[in-house]
Design a protein around this ligand. Structure first.
Ligand code: HEC
Ligand code: HEC
Length: 328
């Protein structure tokens, strides 16, 4: 009978299963009293003989009324089952859907509250984005905290993020080492349970606007300015490496010999590709894609700037970020 209680619990539509139960009981009652054992009335047989001493039915009765009574019970129970089971089957999917909706709404509400406590100070009360101080006291530039109300749209065509929900959860569990984005999950040293992080993620996904601001126009700004604003926080003010690798000889890492133009074009293409598509290797901090943040001109300007300080024969490895020499 457990399922009946569940059926009656579902709030508003919970009255429907009750109704089904009543209809089925009435059907059962009719069958019982009209054709079944209940139709017989009159003085009770053997009323004053103790139960254990009463004579059992005579053969004649067993073969007629007794048998009919048993068959009538069968009819009554069949009527009950044939009404109750199909009606219940019709109602059950709706009940389950409503329960799922209720759980979803509860998650969104809990996630909203948790977001306001833990995230709004950097990512904005309405997920519009904001900023946080740079973790290194030597760097003056604030560190932008991305808007989260368009994260689905921003990564929609991304090859490095196939599943945005998973991506948000991983970011929350592990944080972004070296950036102001802390680890919130217990696995990363935070205090939030997996369930709470799921709730926050559900909330974030429930308030997506789908709108991406136009690529910010860096018209007239030098590649150096762009580097300072968009790259220095991760690659260091002098490209010496911080969360991301040093860029002093990144062209060489991508095959530039310092002489021929062909390998120069190749190296520039490789750097452009990283800038446009970003890179997210497991175990490394992610390099964000700048396709939505910088215009093509700004990207070319910053590539020129990087080229201007290439130091052939300088340090050969990409210190931070863990790229071995000759990778890619
Ligand atoms: C102290 C400021 C701060 C707080 C608090 C904070 N974040 Fe962040 N978050 C950041 C910064 C800065 C980044 C960008 C890191 C980078 O540049 O890689 C970031 C990145 C992210 C990203 C990746 C966004 C993207 O577009 O790739 C997600 C998702 C995120 N945060 C969610 C959250 C959630 C949810 C919370 C609350 C549980 C939270 N953050 C709390 C500062 C913060
Ligand atoms: C949020 C931090 C972050 C920001 C901001 C950032 N990068 Fe990166 N970048 C990284 C990380 C981390 C890597 C290493 C990714 C990997 O290969 O695992 C990287 C890799 C690169 C590489 C490839 C280096 C190599 O050796 O393969 C280039 C080139 C690069 N970034 C240029 C830029 C430029 C130019 C900007 C500014 C427009 C920028 N990055 C902004 C974190 C960042």
């Amino acid at each position: 009978m457990n399922h009946l209680f569940l059926a009656a619990e579902g709030g508003g539509p919970g009255t429907v299963p009750l109704l089904i139960l009543i209809v089925a009981l009435v059907g059962f009652g009719l069958a019982y009293f009209v054709v079944g054992p209940g139709k017989r009335s009159g003085p009770k047989r053997n009323a004053d003989i103790p139960l254990a001493m009463r004579p059992y039915h005579a053969d004649e009765e067993l073969e007629t009324t007794g048998m009919e009574r048993a068959m009538a019970w069968g009819v009554a129970l069949a009527v009950f089952a044939s009404l109750f089971i199909p009606l219940y089957w019709l109602i059950e999917p709706t009940r389950i859907n409503n329960a799922v909706d209720d759980f979803y709404e509860a998650d969104v509400a809990a996630g909203r509250a948790e977001y306001q406590n833990a995230c709004a100070s950097c990512h904005g009360v309405n997920l519009e984005g904001g900023s946080a101080p740079h973790p290194s006291p030597d760097v003056d530039a604030p560190w932008p905290a991305p808007a989260l109300d368009n994260i689905v749209a921003r990564y929609a065509d991304s090859e490095i993020v196939p599943d945005v929900r998973e991506f948000i959860l991983l970011t929350l569990i592990h944080g972004r080492p070296g950036t102001p984005m802390n680890a919130f999950g217990v696995a990363g040293g935070g205090v939030y349970s997996d369930n709470q992080l799921e709730q926050i993620t559900t909330y974030i996904l429930s308030v997506q606007t789908g709108e991406i601001p136009e690529a910010q126009a860096f018209v007239g700004r030098s590649g150096e300015d762009v580097f300072e604003v968009s790259c220095a926080r991760c690659h260091g003010p002098n490209a010496e490496g911080y969360v991301g690798p040093q860029l002093w000889n990144v062209y060489e890492r991508y095959g530039w010999s310092g002489e021929d133009d062909e390998s120069l074009v190749q190296a520039r293409n490789a750097v452009r590709q990283v800038l446009q598509e970003g890179r997210n290797l497991p175990g490394n901090a992610p390099m964000p894609s700048f396709a939505l943040e910088l215009t093509d001109d700004a990207i070319e300007a910053v590539i020129d700037h990087i080229e201007s300080f290439q130091d052939l024969g300088g340090p050969r490895t990409a210190q931070i970020g863990g790229l071995p020499e000759g990778d890619d």
